[in-house]
Ligand binder design. Structure first.
Ligand code: F6P
Length: 487
């Protein structure tokens, strides 16, 4: 099988470069190994008819990474518009934040169609396409319109909300009907999958049997594939990162004080406001915890052109400043607040330094920070994970301290409990979580989905193993040092 993986954001494979978002970082090692070609946005736009849309194609492990300049006229309506001002809020159950015009929807469809045309360049008789995430819900339908008959799978990294909420998305019927051109649709949790099937049955009036939807496109299987990490690799990275200058400086600065850590994109789904209020409440309820624990909150700016994100950034900054003003001392800052991104090689060490990991989104597809925090811990003295019950990760990491992110008092008390948890209990909880991480790695996720994708279209004949014996020789253009690239 010649696998073509598609996502909006791609990772360029430089381990020390900050990577915003779980998807790109998670996919990188598995795509590298598989020999697949990974296609995504270059992050730049171009005018004109874009006859040659590939700005850059470079080698990536045994395969290749192809980055496209997207059409300038439609980029805003696609990315800031429909994808992130209609779909993202709806998928995270915030219909009150939906803002999208018909033009935004048309631009979204245009970019999906543009990507489909670009993908034809990589199609082979034994190709299979694996599309990632909410940016490309209609890409499968566009590929079918271009005559692609090969298997096409889709994986949604975010939650899928209830019927009532998804119906708040303008043109939802047209869009979700288009999704049924996929042979296989993967979700993070059972609940997401059930919500999707309920919509297909009740709102589209389609036949749903045993997770299979029958529509004018044929049969679409919906199934659950919780995404994982490589816990062993992350643990090694964390042990090594303890000598990284940033990590060493952090440890020196703590002077025996405990540390709680939060690492998020600055996004309203991440529950940052409630988390900071919970720390405020904790220092209010337990004044003896002042000076004994601080919070390191890394909040990487994201989607700054969208109003809701600008408003959130100001709100969080104001709140952090209020809390520091109220509880701080001349020589103690309760919350260290950073608006930048860090690479995984540093983050792993920051996680290992912190006695408590706070991952308290209001709604989250999986949340790989939760998994990475666990994997980074020192087995002899592990920290405690405080995890929102509304993160997909809570299904697996059920020995974390689970919290309701809307209950500020409850969170405050739970963080205090985490800080005083005895070693035996910490180890017991951590070992149970590690066992879950080892049982559901990113490699397993990749294999499970690609196997299911093969099975979903058996009538297309045998596709062969995913791992190519011989890496495919794509017609590449050299862009930098060129050593492994060819024309
Ligand atoms: O949660 C799904 C996801 O694709 C994440 O991987 C990432 O955090 C985000 O959405 C995409 O963010 P961005 O808009 O910065 O590419």
């Amino acid at each position: 099988m010649n696998l073509v993986v598609v996502s909006n954001r791609v990772a360029r494979g430089k381990p020390n470069e900050p990577m915003t978002g779980g998807l790109a970082a998670a996919l990188l090692p598995v795509v590298e190994k598989s020999g697949a070609i990974w296609v995504g946005s270059s992050g730049r736009v171009r005018d004109g008819n874009l006859k040659e849309p590939f700005a850059e194609i470079e080698a990536l492990g045994a395969g290749a990474l192809a980055m496209l300049d997207l059409p300038a006229a439609h980029y805003g309506g696609y990315y800031e518009g429909f994808a992130n001002s209609a779909l993202w809020p709806a998928l995270h159950s915030r219909p009150d934040l939906i803002r999208a015009s018909l033009d935004d929807y048309l631009s979204y469809r245009e970019v999906n169609a543009f990507m489909a045309r670009a993908l034809l360049r990589f199609r082979k008789p034994d190709s299979a396409f694996w599309i990632q995430d909410y940016h490309f819900l209609a890409l499968g339908a566009e590929l079918r319109d271009l005559g692609v008959t090969q298997p096409i799978g889709f994986f949604l990294h975010t939650p899928w909300p209830t019927r009532a909420v998804i119906s708040g998305v303008p043109h939802h019927r047209d869009l979700i009907e288009a999704m049924l051109a996929y042979d296989l649709i993967g979700f993070q949790t059972e609940e997401d999958c059930e919500n999707f099937l309920a919509y297909a049955q009740s709102d589209l009036g389609l036949e749903v049997h045993d997770g299979v939807v029958t529509s004018r496109h044929g049969r679409t299987r919906a199934a659950v594939f919780p995404i994982g990490i490589d816990p062993q690799k992350f643990a090694q990275q964390a042990a090594k990162a303890m000598t990284h200058p940033d990590v060493s400086r952090l440890r020196r600065s703590l002077n025996g004080e405990k540390l709680a850590i939060g690492v998020d994109r600055l996004d309203y789904s991440k529950g940052l406001v409630n988390r900071i209020k919970a720390f405020d409440r904790m220092w209010g309820l337990y004044p003896q915890l002042a000076r004994t624990v601080s919070l390191l909150q890394i909040a990487t700016p994201s989607r700054g052109a969208i109003e809701a994100y600008g408003t959130l950034q100001s709100e969080v900054a104001r709140l952090v400043s209020d809390v520091n003003g109220a509880h701080g001392e001349v020589d103690w800052t309760p919350i260290r607040y950073l608006n930048k991104g860090y690479g995984q090689a540093v983050l792993a060490g920051l996680y290992r330094t912190a006695q408590v990991g706070v991952v308290t989104p209001l709604q989250d597809g999986m949340n790989l920070v939760a998994k990475e925090y666990v994997a980074a811990q020192n087995p002899a003295d592990p920290g405690v994970l405080v995890l929102s019950k509304f993160a997909g990760a809570a299904n697996e990491l059920d020995t974390a301290l689970l919290v309701n992110p809307h209950d500020i008092d409850g969170m405050a008390r739970t963080i205090a409990t985490a800080l005083s948890m005895p070693l035996t209990e910490r180890r017991m909880r951590w070992e149970a979580m590690m066992a879950k991480l080892r049982g559901g790695t990113i490699q397993q996720w990749f294999a499970d989905f690609t196997d299911a994708l093969q099975d979903s279209q058996l009538d297309h004949g045998p596709l062969g193993p995913v791992m190519a014996d011989e890496p495919t020789r794509w017609p590449l253009r050299s862009i930098n040092n060129g050593a492994r690239y060819h024309h």
